[in-house]
Every structure is written in structure tokens, then in C-alpha cells.
Write a protein that binds this ligand. Structure first.
Ligand SMILES: Cc1cc2nc3c(=O)[nH]c(=O)nc-3n(C[C@H](O)[C@H](O)[C@H](O)COP(=O)(O)OP(=O)(O)OC[C@H]3O[C@@H](n4cnc5c(N)ncnc54)[C@H](O)[C@@H]3O)c2cc1C
Length: 461
């Protein structure tokens, strides 16, 4: 059996590892990655040692059934990485993301070396542009190479760059001053050290950008504009809090969920624990809660709860939080609750027209550069990617109705435009967010890939 995995970031690498460890004998994995780097993906390829993981090491093992694996690897590598004191036995440490990328590549190589005969992986540096389903399986079309025929394929194509939320007046501005993709290093290199910068969006990508600008020697003022002006909370050591939502009978409405969480936080705080313990205790039930909501409740969650969910669930490491707090206190970094509505060209660069929260007045904020940190584009109808565009055009896949990736079944099968679930095409990681919601971070993805490896093994058996 030949299985192609498109994308070798965490999701694709983790599925490969699980197939090599628990897959059927006689499986050949073709791991296809357009960057030619197998393991790190977008999230863990940063070469900036200041870019830290935003999940503690104890939750970052690549192996679902060995939660201490990454902490042990980190401890073994701590001495030569200068991390000695920062890896306590509790695993409450936040390693550089680039180092985690190395851990993934090394873990894949180690698992491959120990795989039982008949379980193999081939790493192919290919960019898949389209695919078709036929009676015997899937035919993939890479750019500049011959098509590949496989029995099954898995889409692990990850996060896509954000779309600029402000379009009006954009054409009048110098395009080189608008950095649409926050992960575009060449564009960031153009920013002069004293240039004033506006960042659109105040989540973890904004945090990354501030840290990246620091590392590049930028000292100019930074204004962050986002609708609510909320920035991520910081991690603290947490203690296990008992699970308080039964995944078999989750709350059916957003209001019921919020009541339950609030009362649990009050109970935790009264007993000396904290809200972080309660939020972390939700994790095993989060997917069941999302799946229990109907479309109206899911929409309600996205509209009203999501901004609060994001900043409490996806937190910054203490080290990074201290640096952000320092910039806020010094006034170099200003966070404003406002909606960016239009752009205008100015002699010194550009101006962003904003409506401050609660006001309809238009005010102008000037800067030399605007950086878009409005979050990965999850509405696949708007993603500018040849493979995604072709899947939707040919009806091989359809978007999730709430614009959160592709429509997939609870068993990860991709659903075609006519509503039938494919038996040989699957989607994992952020691709499957519409079905699972909480499926963008390592602890959730590794459970998903272990389960899919079992499904594929059963099917072959
Ligand atoms: C900047 C950043 C930091 C993060 N930090 C953390 C963290 O600290 N902890 C945590 O748990 N989660 C973190 N996350 C969440 C992250 O989504 C997951 O942890 C995980 O890395 C997602 O992996 P992925 O493989 O699905 O996506 P990606 O990392 O985006 O990888 C997808 C890969 O697919 C390749 N690809 C796409 N299309 C094609 C194609 N057509 N042909 C060939 N190759 C293709 C891309 O080149 C890419 O390498 C972070 C996310 C981001 C964006």
C-alpha cells in the first residue's frame, strides 16, 4: 500500500511517524513537501532563537503514547543548546521553535531507522498542484515532475498566509510598504530600524512579529490595531484540574458552556487554583463540545467567544510575555481596540483609517509600514494556493460551511462537492478545523494522526 502525505510540517511528519510505528507491514509512505524541509513546516522552521514554542515542552511530544519524549530529548540536548536550567522535570519550559523543528526531523529519522521491515518512507521535495481520484486510488500531479499513483492520500497542508482585511485605498499605497504575509522574511528585511510600524491583528502572530522586529534591531514605534485590542495571556505553571465536562454529554449551547466554565473558574479560584487550570482541563472535551453544537451555535461561538477563547487557550511563554510587557510599559508598543477600514498614501509612508471600538468616527494612524497579522486564512474559498483551488474547482473537496478549512468527516475523510466522503483521501491538522475546531496545536494533532494511522492499518488488514 502506498500512502502519499502532502505536507511535511508537524501534521504530515506525525502521521508518517505513526504509520512507521503502528502501520501495517507493507506500507510505503511518500512524504511530499514543497519546501524540501521534512519536519518543521511553517510553525517550526523559524531560525530566530527568540521565537519560542507557545506550548510547554511537556505537551509537545511528537508521540501520542509517550508524552515525555520531547522533554527527554530536550534534556539530552540542553547542554549544547544553552538550555540547561530551563528544562525542569515538570516540562514547564518553552524551547525555541527552530529547535523543535530539529526534534521533529530527528524523531522521524530515528523512527524510520527502527521501523519493522516493510514499513518505509520516501521524502520527495515536490509541490503538488492538483490530484484526481480514480477507481484504484489517487493520482497526484506535482509541479515539474511525473504524476504519482497511490492507494490513499492525506492532505496535511497546514496554515495559509492571512488575507489583508483592509482593501479600500490599498491600490493608492506603495505596495512594498504593505507586508501582507507576516512570515515573509525578505519583506521584513526592508523595514528600517526607526520606521514606525502598524500591525493589524493582536494574536500570537503579532507577538512573533514584535519579537522578530526586535531581533532585527528595529527600535521604532509599533501600533497594534485589532477589533477588541485583546492580546494573548501568559502561561504560568498549572496544576491538573479535574475534567468537568462529560464528552458524552457536552453542553448544547454556547451560553450553557460559558455558564459552566465561569462557575468552574469561580470554584477553582476559591480553592486556590486558577482559570488556567480550568481552561486546560477543557482540552479532552473541546472537540466533543464543538461537535455537539449545531451550525447556529458554532457561528455564535466564532462570533462572540472566539476572541476570548483564543487569548486564554493559546497563551505566550512567560519569557515572551515579559518582553511584550516591557514594550507596552515603555510606550514603544501601543495596542488599540479599533477596526481598520481603509488605507491612504502619505509622504512618509501610509495611513490606516480606523474606527475606534464603540465609535463611528474615522481617525487616521500614520506609519511607514503596515504588517498583516490577522491570523492564518482558514476560508479555503479565499486561499491562494494551486492545490486548494484545484480541489474546490474540480469538486474533489468542498469548503467547511463556516470557513474553517475543508469539509471532513469525524474520521478525517475529505467530503466531495456532492457530499460523498472519499475512502482514499483524508485531511489532518488545520485542514480539519471545521470538524474538530481544537486541532491546530500539537497535543490534538498527534492524537488525530495516531487514530488515522490505526484506521488506515485496519483498512489494509
Ligand atoms: C508561527 C506558528 C507557531 C506555532 N507554534 C505552535 C506551538 O508552539 N505549539 C503548538 O502546539 N502549535 C503551534 N502552532 C500551531 C501549528 O498549527 C501546529 O502546531 C502544527 O505545526 C501544524 O502543522 P501542519 O503540518 O498542519 O502545518 P504547517 O506547519 O503549516 O505545514 C504544512 C506544510 O505543508 C506544505 N505544503 C502545503 N501545500 C503543499 C503542497 N501542495 N505540496 C507540497 N507541500 C505542501 C508546506 O510547505 C508546509 O511545510 C503554531 C503555528 C504557527 C503558524
Amino acid at each position: 500500500m502506498r500512502i502519499a502525505i502532502v505536507g511535511a510540517g508537524f501534521s504530515g511528519t506525525s502521521l508518517t511517524i505513526e504509520l512507521l510505528r503502528r502501520g501495517p507491514v507493507g506500507v510505503e509512505v511518500l512524504l511530499l513537501e514543497r519546501s524540501g524541509l521534512f519536519g518543521p513546516g511553517l510553525a517550526y522552521s523559524s531560525g530566530d532563537p527568540n521565537h519560542l514554542l507557545n506550548v510547554r515542552a511537556s505537551n509537545m511530544s511528537a508521540l501520542a503514547d509517550d508524552p515525555g519524549h520531547f522533554v527527554r530529548w530536550l534534556q539530552a540536548h540542553a547542554a549544547n543548546q544553552g538550555l540547561g536550567a530551563t528544562v525542569p522535570a515538570s516540562g514547564h519550559a518553552f524551547a525555541p521553535r527552530g529547535l523543535y523543528g530539529r526534534y521533529l526531523s530527528e524523531t522521524l529519522a530515528a523512527v524510520e531507522a527502527q521501523a519493522a521491515p516493510g514499513r518505509t518512507v520516501r521524502r520527495l521535495p515536490l509541490d503538488i498542484r492538483s490530484l484526481e481520484i480514480h477507481a484504484e486510488g489517487v493520482r497526484l500531479h506535482p509541479a515539474g515532475a511525473v504524476p504519482l499513483d497511490v492507494d490513499a492520500a492525506v492532505l496535511a497542508v497546514g496554515n495559509f498566509p492571512p488575507e489583508l482585511p483592509v482593501t479600500e485605498g490599498c491600490a493608492a499605497c506603495d505596495a512594498s510598504l504593505i507586508i501582507r504575509n507576516p512570515w515573509d522574511e525578505a519583506a521584513l528585511a526592508r523595514i528600517a530600524p526607526d520606521a514606525p510600524v502598524i500591525i493589524l491583528g493582536s494574536g500570537l502572530t503579532m507577538v512573533d512579529l514584535v519579537i522578530r522586529l526586535d531581533a532585527r534591531g528595529h527600535r521604532g514605534p509599533i501600533r497594534v490595531v485589532s477589533r477588541r485590542g485583546l492580546i494573548p495571556q501568559q502561561h504560568r505553571e498549572t496544576a491538573p484540574w479535574p475534567s468537568f465536562i462529560d464528552p458524552e454529554a457536552p453542553p448544547q449551547t454556547v451560553a450553557a458552556l460559558m455558564r459552566r466554565v465561569r462557575s468552574e473558574v469561580e470554584r477553582a479560584e476559591a480553592s486556590g487554583a486558577g482559570w488556567r487550570d480550568v481552561i486546560d482541563a477543557l482540552r479532552p472535551a473541546t472537540q466533543a463540545i464543538w461537535q455537539g453544537f449545531d451550525a447556529v451555535e458554532r457561528r455564535r461561538f466564532l462570533r462572540h467567544v472566539r476572541p476570548w477563547w483564543d487569548i486564554h487557550r493559546h497563551r505566550m511563554s512567560p519569557e515572551i510575555a515579559a518582553r511584550i510587557a516591557h514594550h507596552l510599559a515603555s510606550g514603544r508598543l501601543v495596542v488599540e481596540a479599533a477596526r481598520g477600514v481603509r488605507l491612504d498614501a502619505r509622504d512618509a509612508g501610509l495611513a490606516l483609517g480606523v474606527r475606534p471600538r464603540g465609535s463611528s468616527r474615522l481617525e487616521w494612524r500614520e506609519a511607514t509600514y503596515l504588517i498583516n497579522c490577522s491570523g492564518p486564512q482558514s476560508d479555503y474559498r479565499r486561499v491562494q494556493d494551486p492545490l486548494v483551488a484545484s480541489l474546490l474547482r474540480e469538486g474533489v473537496a468542498r469548503p467547511d460551511p463556516l470557513g474553517q478549512g475543508l469539509d471532513v468527516t469525524p474520521h478525517n475523510a475529505i467530503v466531495a462537492a456532492d457530499g460523498t466522503a472519499h475512502s482514499c483521501l483524508f485531511g489532518i491538522g488545520p485542514v480539519s478545523k471545521g470538524q474538530f475546531w481544537e486541532i491546530v496545536a500539537v497535543p490534538d494533532i498527534r492524537r488525530q494522526t495516531a487514530a488515522l494511522a490505526d484506521t488506515l492499518a485496519d483498512r489494509i488488514a
